[in-house]
Design a protein around this ligand. Structure first.
Ligand code: M6R
Length: 620
């Protein structure tokens, strides 16, 4: 949560900072602000979006050549101006992403020394600690080192000072942060995509590392948490690594990667108003890229030997695990348990087998905490992440990658279907390696996955139907999604998508459970979307659909060609999507994404930045 950015350049950086912040708004958008290094250390903050900073900065026309910026998702302290970043104190301005766990203790200590705080945030202790160190004779980089040594928790920090107009300082522990460089520019951001067009290449800042950024290069220092003995002189930190473009590198080699522009026009020439819609259209490429990255990937012996897996995830990633569970169990002849990460982390039952952690961002705090339980018992964890350089990507014993490309819209779309494909391919690879499971099913499933990118492209053509249904749901103000087997899990994903984008009350339920209570909500005209593929389970789910239709619900069946005839006997409306019962999860997922997207548009909501949400949830 929260996005941070910083830049040093040979010319004023304020406009670039705001543009970069705009691309980080998926991380939070309660408030935004920038600070510019040098005399006066000007800070500009607003409640609302980064773009709202533009008129403020136009009026002020700040000239600083080094600066920092922040877009906030409120955790400590309400979404109020005084809690907006940057926080400034005594010649230091700081932006922070993460949580300082010992901020209460630090505040108390600082208050005893006469410090006053202007915000409720945990972050504000950072400029106070740095200014204390400056007052004791530290240089700005020493002050940041000293500060990091007392901070507990997770942080990505960027700081500028009044004393150094051409220098930016950054530090990282547990929260994502990259450094980047280009012609005469050095920059930092929570996500490299924010810097597209401003810097050329980026590298991850390592855990427990500080960097000094100037127009000439980037100097790296480790944060060594060590006590100085009384009276021992503080030493000027010497960089362990100096990296400059086009020059030889000393010490460690860092992996630099080109910064891609996620908003460039698509190869097919289509342009989209929203990231979310664009990402729905990108599913064929995302699936193909994920498939290509998985081909030939071998499973570790400890994974092959295991017959019990625990899928741990949150939100859409959890539903992806739930949709694919039966496919893995059948393809590999193993048992797959499902655990909600935020609940699992506090369970007392000992972990068993291998953990399969699914996370688009790889930064979800609850999933990371659940992983810790497996690691504490010496059990392996497989990370299924879309961001390889994420906390889970780095910590897991094995990564079974999702390669969907950057997802900016807060709603998971292409990452969800790419996770489905990766999970099903995992089941096939596991069954083959173990020699267990249903071999004929594996062959059929592999063919279905080969076809999945094309099925997603075809399913996108159902958009006009999704748009009409969306108008109706927007008018009704609610929707119920039901299914059986994987359809029950997909129903939950469809409901989550509708809820988060349209803010309507939507529920996803196993169809067989309706009669145990939820059927009471059905009234005349209630929209009920039924996931009903033309497979052996169709008769049962249609029987459940009939029960709601008999009580006045308007049943809309999502099916494929083989299930259309049976569905139309029960449903008021049958939507026949491309493919068959094996590819149906992909086709139905795309339809539900379009449905949620158009319902949100019909209600006038901000599709890419739905209220109260952030893309990566790095708090518990
Ligand atoms: O990055 P993760 O996959 O771990 O995120 C998990 C959930 O926060 C995420 O799937 C969330 O539910 C999405 N906004 C759903 O569209």
């Amino acid at each position: 949560m929260c996005g941070i950015v910083g830049m040093v350049n040979g010319h004023p950086v304020a406009a670039d900072l705001v543009a970069a912040l705009g691309r980080l708004e998926y991380r939070g958008y309660d408030s935004a602000g920038v600070a510019l290094a040098g005399p006066g250390l000007p800070v500009h903050r607003i409640l609302g979006r980064a773009t709202d900073l533009v008129p403020v900065l136009e009026a002020e026309s700040p000239q600083g050549h080094a600066g920092i910026g922040h877009t906030r998702w409120a955790t400590h302290g309400r979404a109020e101006l005084r809690n907006a970043h940057p926080h400034r104190h005594g010649g230091v301005a700081v932006v922070h992403n993460g949580i300082i766990e010992n901020h209460d203790v630090l505040r108390r200590q600082l208050r005893e020394k006469g410090h006053h705080f202007a915000s409720d945030t945990d972050s504000e202790v950072i400029p106070h600690l740095m200014s204390e160190a400056l007052a004791q004779g530290c240089s700005p980089v020493e002050a940041l080192l000293e500060t990091c040594r007392v901070l507990k928790g997770a942080y990505a920090i960027a700081a500028v000072t009044a004393a150094e107009p051409d220098r930016l300082l950054v530090a990282r522990m547990g929260s994502p942060l990259v450094v980047a460089r280009g012609q005469g520019v050095a920059a930092t951001a929570s996500d490299p995509a924010a810097l597209a067009g401003m810097a050329h290449e980026y590298a991850a800042l390592a855990e427990g590392e500080i960097a000094e950024l100037t127009g000439e290069g980037i100097h790296f220092h480790p944060i060594r948490i060590q006590e100085r003995r009384r009276g021992e002189r503080r030493q000027q930190p010497r960089p362990v690594t100096v990296e400059r473009r086009g020059q030889g590198r000393r010490a460690e080699q860092r992996s630099w990667q080109l910064i891609a522009d996620p908003t460039a026009a698509r190869a097919d020439g289509r342009i989209f108003t929203h990231h979310t819609r664009r990402e729905i259209a990108e599913q064929p490429e995302a699936l193909a890229a994920t498939d290509a990255a998985l081909r030939g990937l071998a499973l570790a012996p400890a994974v092959v030997a295991c017959d019990r897996f625990t899928v741990i995830a949150c939100g859409s990633s959890l539903f992806a695990g739930a949709v694919a569970r039966d496919a893995i169990e059948r393809a590999a002849g193993v048992t797959v348990d499902l655990e909600v990460a935020s609940e699992y982390r506090d369970r007392s039952a000992p972990p068993r087998g291998v953990a399969l952690l699914i996370s688009q961002s790889g930064e979800t705090a609850d999933t990371i905490a659940a992983m810790a339980r497996f690691r504490a018992d010496g059990l392996p964890a497989i990370g299924m992440v879309n961001v390889r350089e994420s906390a889970i990507g780095r910590a897991a014993e094995m990564v079974w990658p999702v390669t969907a490309g950057q997802e900016i819209g807060v709603a998971a779309t292409k990452s969800f279907t790419s996770q489905l494909l990766a999970l099903m391919r995992f089941g096939i690879a596991l069954g083959e390696a173990r020699g267990t499971g249903d071999a004929a099913y594996r062959v059929a499933l592999a063919h279905a996955l080969d076809a999945a990118p094309g099925i997603c492209a075809e399913a996108e053509k159902s958009e006009p139907i999704a748009r009409i249904l969306a108008q109706r749901i927007a008018g009704e103000g609610e929707a119920l999604f039901i299914g059986r087997g994987w359809g029950a899990a997909l129903a939950q994903e469809g409901a989550l998508k509708l809820k988060e984008l349209s803010y309507l009350r939507a529920q996803g339920y196993p169809a067989g459970e309706l009669k145990h209570g939820p059927i009471a909500v059905i009234r005349e005209g209630s929209p009920v979307i039924v996931c009903t593929p033309g497979d052996a389970g169709q008769a049962k789910v249609l029987a459940n659909a009939s029960a709601v239709a008999a009580r006045g619900a308007r049943v809309v069946a999502l099916t494929d060609a083989s299930g259309a005839e049976a569905a139309s006997g029960t449903a008021a409306e049958t939507i026949t999507l491309p493919g068959d019962a094996l590819t149906a999860p992909f086709a139905q997922a795309v339809f539900m994404q379009l449905l949620a997207y158009h319902t949100a548009l019909a209600l006038g909501h901000d599709v890419d930045r739905p209220r109260n949400l952030a893309k990566s949830v790095t708090v518990e």
